[in-house]
Design a protein around this ligand. Structure first.
Ligand code: NAP
Length: 267
C-alpha cells in the first residue's frame, strides 16, 4: 500500500465537501490543504481562500480539482508548477477532458479524469476514472483510495467511455428520482393520497435497491423474474412496461441523448 499523500483539495462545495468528510473519517491523507473561497464547516482542516495563499512548503502528492467545470479555464494553469513537479491532478469536473488539463498544465502532467455521481454525498456513489499515460501505478492506487472513500471505483482505458458513463451513472440518479415521481403519480391517480403514494414509491425503490445490493449474485433480470408470478399483478404491469416501444426503448433513447450531450460539452 503506498504512503498516504498530501492532498490539495481545490473547491470544497457539495462534492469536495463529501470527499473531505470521508477522507477525514478514514484518515486517508498525511496532510491536507483546502482552497475554497466560501466558509466551510469541516473541522480541523487547513483552508485558504486562493492559490496564492497555499502555505509555503506544502507539497501535495495529489491535487483534487473539485470546482465547477466553467471555473477551470480561468485557474487551472496556476497549478502547472505542481504538475511539473510530478503531482497528479485528479479531476472530478464533469466533461473536462484530459486534453484540457494537458493544454493548461503541459503534456507531461499526470492527469486523472473521473466521473462520480451524487450518491457519493452519502458514501454510496460510483466513480469511473481514466488516467493518462503519465500517471504512475502508485498515483492510481492513491486516487482509487481517495475516490473510493465515497463509493465504488472503476477504471476505464478509453476516455471516450466517460460519455456513456456520464449518461448512465452520472445522470442516473435523476432517472431513479423520476421513477419515484412517476410511480407515485400513477398511484395517486388510482386513488391513493399524494403523501402515501410518494412514501410507497420512495420506500419501494429504497427497499428494491437494497435487495438488489444484497443479491448481487443474481442478475437484474432474475430478480425481476423472481417477483413476477405468471398471470399475476406484476406481470400485468410489466406487459405494459415491456411492450415495444417500452421502457427499454425509452432508456436507449434517453442514454443516447445524454451521452451525445456529454460529448458536445466535453470539447
Ligand atoms: N454534485 C454532484 O453530484 C457532482 C457529480 C459529478 C461530478 N461533479 C463535479 O464536481 C465538481 C464540483 O461540483 P459541486 O456540485 O461540488 O459544486 P459546488 O458545490 O459549486 O462546489 C464548487 C466549489 O468550488 C468553489 N470555488 C470556486 N472557484 C474556486 C477556485 N478558483 N478555487 C477553489 N475553489 C473554488 C466554489 O466556491 P463559491 O461557491 O464561493 O464559488 C464552490 O464552493 C464539478 O466540476 C462537477 O461537475 C459533481
Amino acid at each position: 500500500m503506498p504512503a498516504k499523500p498530501n492532498v490539495l483539495l481545490v473547491g470544497c462545495g457539495k462534492m469536495g465537501g463529501a470527499l473531505l468528510r470521508r477522507w477525514q473519517e478514514l484518515l486517508l491523507y498525511k496532510d491536507i490543504c483546502i482552497i475554497e473561497p466560501s466558509p466551510i464547516s469541516v473541522l480541523a482542516a487547513k483552508q485558504v481562500a486562493d492559490f496564492a495563499s497555499i502555505p509555503e512548503g506544502f507539497k501535495p502528492g495529489v491535487i483534487v480539482m473539485a470546482v465547477k467545470p466553467q471555473v477551470l479555464p480561468d485557474m487551472a494553469s496556476q497549478y502547472k508548477s505542481y504538475a511539473d513537479a510530478g503531482t497528479v491532478i485528479l479531476s472530478i469536473a464533469a466533461g473536462k477532458p484530459v486534453s484540457f488539463f494537458e493544454k493548461e498544465l503541459g503534456k507531461k502532467a499526470a492527469v486523472i479524469r473521473s466521473m462520480p455521481n451524487t450518491p457519493a454525498a452519502i458514501g454510496a456513489g460510483i466513480t469511473v476514472a481514466y488516467a493518462n499515460k503519465n500517471v504512475t501505478a502508485t498515483q492510481k492506487t492513491q486516487a482509487t483510495q481517495l475516490l473510493g472513500a465515497v463509493g465504488d471505483v472503476l477504471w476505464v482505458e478509453d476516455e471516450k467511455l466517460l460519455n456513456p458513463v456520464t449518461a448512465l451513472s452520472g445522470s442516473g440518479p435523476a432517472y431513479v428520482f423520476l421513477l419515484i415521481e412517476a410511480m407515485a403519480e400513477a398511484g395517486r391517480k388510482l386513488g391513493l393520497s399524494k403523501d402515501m403514494a410518494e412514501k410507497l414509491a420512495r420506500q419501494t425503490v429504497i427497499g428494491s435497491a437494497a435487495l438488489a445490493k444484497d443479491s448481487s449474485s443474481l442478475s437484474p433480470k432474475k430478480l425481476r423474474e423472481n417477483v413476477t408470478s405468471p398471470g399475476g399483478t406484476t406481470a400485468a404491469a410489466l406487459a405494459v412496461l415491456m411492450a415495444k416501444p417500452g421502457m427499454q426503448e425509452i432508456f436507449d433513447e434517453a442514454l443516447k441523448a445524454a451521452s451525445t450531450r456529454a460529448e458536445e460539452l466535453s470539447v
